[in-house]
Design a protein around this ligand. Structure first.
Ligand SMILES: O=C(O)CCC(=O)C(=O)O
Ligand SMILES: [Fe+2]
Length: 305
């Protein structure tokens, strides 16, 4: 039987605190209720949980296949389905993002256990990407609906790991549209020139962090947070000096689906190589296109022969 839950909204835009559910002993009714609450509130907080690693992982498995981090190593735990960030080892996610969007199938849910947190500082913020999309003007929404963007793992030293996703995605459960570009992993609008892309991405990635779309959580040890990466982004405030340790279980899922196929062809220059062609190199590589660059103008042993 499902337990009686107390659900308290935390901000006008998104976020709710849930009491009355034990993450360590959640049954099928609880899981169904959590899914429902996530559709409504996008990010949930379960205070006073402190699950063991195995309980944390078991809770995650109810929601889909799990994956540890594809590029980053855990500093303190070997468990293959746990991802850790330890602040004293540089683990502070202080850029707005949705998780691992450089993959063809990015994360659907993140389930985070706050293992140790500073007495003050190190809050996390989330923003509602449905509202960020819906509050754009009609012409801007229409433009964004027809675009796709290249994402990469450059923040992990792997700019060669890339994926292309729609700029606006359709949530498979709610049918709502949300903005799906982020400061951390999104590099380039595929259908625009580098210069146009830089301006539009700069605008959109600032826009999504407008305070009115956000909720901010002050942590306590033992709290579990769970969010839907398909319709939110998050950001950690780097304003603390004590240790902060989180453990995350990452639920994987489907490929982001756009409103329709991109309305335009990729914009890259493969002829007329010029100084600016370097900006197209990464996109050309992802698309498997061979481009001439100024490097071909330099003397190579072959040319000298
Ligand atoms: O440390 C946090 O609060 C969140 C870190 C983060 O970006 C993540 O776990 O995906
Ligand atoms: Fe994250």
């Amino acid at each position: 039987m499902g337990t009686e839950l107390q659900v308290t909204r935390l901000a006008g835009s998104l976020g709710a605190e849930v009491r009355g559910l034990s993450v360590a002993n959640a049954g099928p009714d609880d899981i169904a209720r959590v899914r429902e609450l996530l559709r409504e509130h996008l990010v949930l907080f379960f205070p006073d949980q402190r699950p063991s690693i195995d309980e944390h992982v078991a809770f995650g498995r109810h929601f889909g296949p799990l994956e540890a981090h594809p590029n980053l190593k855990n500093p303190i735990t070997d468990h293959p389905e746990i991802f850790e960030l330890v602040a004293s080892r540089g683990g502070i996610a202080d850029e707005w993002h949705s998780d691992i969007t450089f993959q063809p199938n990015p994360s659907v849910y993140a389930i985070l256990h706050m293992v140790r947190c500073p007495t003050v500082g190190g809050d996390t913020m989330w923003a509602n990407m449905y509202q960020a999309y819906e509050a754009l003007s009609a012409p801007m929404r229409e433009l964004c609906d027809g675009l796709s963007a290249l994402h990469d793992a450059a923040p992990h030293g792997r700019p060669d790991i890339t994926a292309i996703h729609p700029v606006v995605r359709m949530h498979p459960e709610t049918g709502r549209r949300s903005l799906f570009v982020n400061e951390h992993f999104t590099r380039r609008i595929v259908e625009m020139s580098h210069e146009e892309s830089a301006n539009l991405l700069g605008y959109l990635t600032r826009w999504v962090s407008s305070p009115r779309f956000t909720v901010r959580r002050r942590w306590q040890q033992g709290t579990i947070a769970m969010w839907d990466n398909r319709c939110t982004q998050h950001y950690v405030l780097n304003d603390f000096d004590q240790e902060r340790i989180i453990q995350r279980v990452t639920v994987m899922g489907d490929e982001p689906r756009g409103i329709a196929a991109p309305r335009w062809q990729p914009f890259t220059r493969i002829e007329n190589a010029a100084a600016t062609s370097r900006y197209d190199r990464q996109l050309n590589a992802h698309l498997g296109r061979e481009a001439t660059t100024l490097e071909s103008n330099s003397r190579t042993p072959k040319a000298a022969a």
